[in-house]
Design a protein around this ligand. Structure first.
Ligand code: GLA
Length: 373
């Protein structure tokens, strides 16, 4: 990809120098809808990336091509405004804007962006896009940022410029994940560490091919409901500023004061945070089955309490219950479509792929795609 992109970039823009930067997509193993509640997450980067070829140029114009999307756009660094015609361009402009707000001076640029992270599948093609663009701008303008700083800058670009109120998980793992390992992140303190994955199992992703729309009001609505729970519980308990601070005991104590819908949203986040911490212990002790069970518990909680699953995701997860080579399965990412993540015995991956595709086709008349993480 790097060589092809370089050639394409240089010949289109007639430049003889360029650099290629890339950032990976991700799949979250456990810890869903916890990042914006100051909680814990455990994603792993994919061997699928967004690549940005870039060359600096005189002046304030930035021209960006996205051949995968058959599109191109241009903007000026001194007047950045959101584009309705080229929504993908907002990621590049958002990053440029965030860097300039931090006081960095940017040069004009030519950029060509391609990727193989499926778009709209909940595998964070957007965070990879942001991070690859950020790396390109950093390199062209000799800007060095700490990895945590770059994750938050990309998050800000997405929150403010693209308009999605996401948490920091995706940008964090795109900035500092390592292939073949999970990355535990405490989204309040930014403490993070790499976690070994079971050697004899593979992380397998199944795409429902039902595209979800993150900007859809459901995501921001869930955020609002979490805040409502914090507001109610925080009236009685000191030091509660996020659902991260709510213990199961507190939740039981104040259950009756919460609206029925809010009760279940809060229960998901409180129990999911516990599941992530428990997962670290189980994975550390080599208990794959135990971790797999937590993945199933997480799915049930997302399905019934947080209500972000859908029929297609449930079909895929339920189908694995009958497969002996699968330790655990759950929906991953924001939900409402997208993918499931499965922990599959290495020798069972081919059989799993065959069975899950068959099952999905017969239940939905749709074809699922399967990727290895
Ligand atoms: C999306 C957001 C993340 C996170 C997940 C749900 O991927 O971008 O910040 O909230 O949903 O866990």
């Amino acid at each position: 990809m790097e060589a092809r992109l370089t050639e394409e970039h240089r010949s289109f823009f007639s430049v003889d120098k360029s650099e290629v930067h890339r950032a990976p997509g991700r799949v979250n193993l456990i810890g869903e809808h916890t990042d914006y509640n100051d909680g814990f997450v455990l994603p792993t980067p994919l061997d699928r990336h967004v690549w940005a070829a870039a060359s600096p140029r005189e002046g304030v114009r930035v021209t960006v091509r996205a051949p995968d999307l058959g599109d191109q756009m241009e903007f000026r660094l001194d007047v950045i405004t959101r584009s309705a015609d080229h929504p993908w361009g907002n990621y590049v402009m958002g990053v440029a804007q965030a860097l300039q707000e931090e006081g960095h001076t940017l040069r004009g640029a030519y950029m060509t962006i391609r990727g193989d992270v499926p778009i709209g599948a909940g595998l964070s093609s957007s965070a990879a896009f942001l991070m690859a663009s950020l790396r390109a701008f950093q390199s062209m303008n000799r800007i060095s940022l700490e990895p945590v700083e770059s994750a938050y800058l990309a998050k800000r670009a997405e929150n403010q410029f693209v308009g999605v109120q996401c948490g920091v998980m995706d940008q964090f793992v795109a900035a500092m994940g390592e292939h073949g390992k999970a990355l535990f992140i405490d989204c309040r303190t930014n403490e993070h560490r790499l976690v070994e994955l079971p050697r004899d199992h593979k992380v397998v992703i199944v795409n429902t091919m039902k595209s979800r729309d993150l900007t859809s009001s459901a995501y921001n609505e869930r955020r609002g409901q979490c805040l409502e729970a914090v507001l109610v519980i925080g009236r009685h308990e000191t030091g509660v500023t996020a659902l991260r601070d709510v213990t199961p005991e507190m939740l039981i104590k104040h259950w009756g004061e919460l609206q029925p819908g809010i009760q279940r949203r809060a229960r998901h986040v409180v129990t999911e945070n516990q599941r992530v911490l428990e997962s670290l212990e189980l994975l550390g002790g080599g208990d794959v089955e135990g971790f797999g069970d937590l993945m199933y518990d997480s799915h049930e909680s997302l399905r019934h309490d947080y209500e972000v699953s859908c029929r297609e995701l449930d079909i895929l997860v339920d189908a694995t219950l009958e497969m002996r080579g699968v330790a655990g399965a759950r929906m991953t990412g924001a939900g409402f479509g997208g993918c499931t993540v499965n922990l599959v015995e290495e020798g069972y991956v081919d059989k799993f792929t065959e069975l899950i595709k068959e099952k999905y086709l017969s239940s939905t008349a749709k074809r699922a795609e399967v990727y290895l993480a």
